[in-house]
Ligand binder design. Structure first.
Ligand code: ADP
Length: 579
């Protein structure tokens, strides 16, 4: 039986150690107090049957003191163990979340969100339950069992042996009837997982479901999965009812024989009545731990698996923390040299090179899937290149402390994630010390001020989940304001204007022009009409820069840029004609 994962928790959270010791001592005291109680009951009963033979009142007082002590121990023990379980499971969760937040993006991308959430909620829940209900059983069970058994032998060894002989029969019955429970409950968990997936799909894709009239289809799938779950739930209940019936019957079995045999012993003068009462009382505290053992074992296995799954997350490699902060140089701000990169075997960047000089606005264009967003991810150090290097102010990115390098760059990606909270909090995200004036100034520059002031509460307007109550253009302007407030010298913009209507596009475009004026900007442009004024346009294809120059130069050249431009112009006039 392994306990290593548990011991590691106490190593990771040393402040829990002293509580664990305390709980251990209390559990031992509890185990010792059971035979003591048995002995007092024996004496008390015997004193009732042969009055005057013992000091009855002193036995009563001793019993009362023991009851008080046992109650106090139970009270303190429960509180101490609750503390260990809450803090222990909390610590596991904290470490796992810390690991997720510090994990390299390359790794994070490969872990399924559902899996992460399941570890954080289910596994942490299993650990909490285990620490609360199970772990100290392993201390008290053997001890209570041994002490109890010792006392039973002391009372009467024949009766004890006869009772013990029945244990194999009981074990056999228990394992026979409870065996199928595990299989059925695993099946139930699996079916529940399928139902959850259907619910998640239905909620996540709610708009698609409605737009394509898939309600009936989704309901049908959900109903089917639900029916299977209900069926296995019922089967589990039937099996458990059977187990319950058998356990009631087998619970009486160990008592019947000692009672019959003991009655005869009392009549024949071998035993006192008090010994029989104490025997029955003590038998309870021996058989209960024994009957509880299989469940404690299975809970132990389950929680060791949960510990392992959480440690897997906790032990994930972190994003590197080394490196230094360098001062901003003049001239070239950023240089990509022969970058080679692929998420898997297929290369996405294939010897890509370019440079950004101070104050320039450079556009990155190319067919969809050419790897433009990937360039950004490599520039900000989410993914290290497999060949070549990124140089920031002439220093290789590997020498920079990642957090310092990222302070130099403000990235606005198409995924404008807004956190639950107010608009002001969302804009101030990168800059927690920013005052309201600075927030408003950033919003004005991002063309967001006007719509914000029209919202109820203005800057204090509370956003719904992911900003669902804002339009795409409004969300984008909030994330632009966020980048403006960061005031990083280098701006990386993944322009998502293609998804916006003309009015929002103009507002976003104006905001972008405002921002680009005072900074070095690299912008992924999806609408080529928006980058006519860029200082330079880099045309990307098959992981390389295949053309570069100004808009007109590239058009005159008649290469890929001209093709892309004409194709887009054609598409735009076509849609314009239809409208
Ligand atoms: P662009 O921005 O030019 O449209 P991307 O950089 O988004 O192109 O994608 C380039 C290629 O890399 C695509 O084929 C895409 O499927 C693949 N890709 C993008 N992100 C990942 C990722 N996280 N894992 C694996 N492949 C990816």
């Amino acid at each position: 039986m392994k306990f290593k994962p548990l011991l590691r928790l106490f190593k990771l959270a040393p402040k829990l150690k002293k509580w664990a010791w305390m709980a251990g001592v209390l559990v031992v005291l509890e185990a010792v107090s059971a035979p003591a109680m048995g002995e007092l009951i024996r004496r008390m009963t015997d004193a009732i049957f042969s009055p005057g033979s013992a000091n009855y009142s002193s036995i009563i007082i001793a019993t009362m003191i023991l009851v008080l002590a046992m109650s106090a121990i139970a009270w303190i023990r429960t509180r101490v163990i609750a503390r260990i379980s809450e803090q222990g499971a909390g610590e596991m969760r904290r470490l796992a979340v810390e690991s997720l937040l510090e994990m390299p993006v390359s790794r994070l991308d490969t872990i399924h969100t559902g899996d992460q959430l399941s570890r954080l909620t289910n596994d942490a829940g299993v650990i909490r339950h285990y620490l609360y209900f199970e772990v100290f059983w392993f201390l008290s069970l053997p001890l209570a069992g041994i002490l109890g058994l010792g006392y039973l032998f002391y009372l009467d060894w024949v009766m004890t042996l006869v009772t013990l002989a029945m244990i194999p029969i009981l074990v056999l019955i228990t394992t026979k009837v409870s065996g199928p429970v595990q299989k059925i409950s695993a099946e139930l968990q699996e079916n529940l997982g399928v139902v959850n997936n259907h619910t998640q799909d239905a909620l996540g894709g709610a708009e698609v479901v409605k737009a394509f009239n898939l309600q009936e289809e989704m309901e049908h799938r959900h109903d089917q999965a639900l029916a299977a779950t209900v069926a296995s739930g019922m089967r589990l209940a039937r099996q458990q009812a059977f187990v319950r019936m058998c356990s009631v019957a087998s619970g009486f079995l160990p008592f019947l024989l000692p009672l019959a045999l003991g009655g005869w012993f009392v009549v024949s003068g071998r035993l006192s009545a008090g010994s029989i009462v104490a025997f029955i009382q003590m038998l309870n505290s021996v058989t209960y731990p024994m009957s509880r053992l299989p469940m404690a074992m299975s809970e132990h296995q389950k929680s060791m698996a949960a510990f392992d799954r959480m440690y897997e997350l906790i032990d994930e490699p972190r994003e590197r923390q080394d490196g230094k902060e360098f001062s901003n140089g003049q001239g070239v701000v950023l240089r990509a040299e022969n970058l080679v990169f692929g998420y898997d075997a297929e290369p996405i960047l294939n010897g890509l090179s370019f440079e950004l000089r101070r104050g320039e606005t450079v556009a990155l264009v190319g067919p969809s899937g050419a790897g433009k967003s990937t360039v950004f991810k490599v520039l900000v150090g989410f993914f290290p290149p497999q060949g070549g290097q990124v140089r920031l102010y002439d220093q290789p990115l590997e020498n920079w402390k990642l957090s310092a390098a990222r302070r130099q760059m403000a990235m606005v990606s198409q995924d404008t994630f807004l956190f639950p909270g107010t608009i002001a909090e969302n804009i101030a995200l990168g800059n927690p010390n920013a005052g309201r004036k600075a927030i408003e100034a950033a919003a004005i520059q991002a063309n967001a001020h006007d719509f914000i002031t029209q919202l109820p509460g203005g800057y204090d307007h509370v956003l719904e989940e992911r900003g669902a109550n804002l339009s795409g253009g409004q969300r984008q302007r909030i994330s632009l304001a966020r980048a403006i407030l960061l005031d990083a010298p280098l701006l990386l913009l993944d322009e998502a204007t293609s998804a916006l209507d003309t009015e929002s596009e103009r507002l976003v475009q104006d905001a972008l022009d405002n921002m680009a004026a005072s900074r070095t900007t690299l912008v992924i442009a999806h609408r080529l009409s928006t980058i006519r004024n860029a200082d330079r346009i880099l045309v990307m294809d098959e992981g390389r820069i295949v053309e570069s120059g100004k808009h007109q130069e590239l058009l005159d050249k008649g290469g890929l840029y001209r093709q892309l431009y004409l194709r887009q112009l054609g598409a735009e006039t076509e849609t314009g004609g239809v409208a």
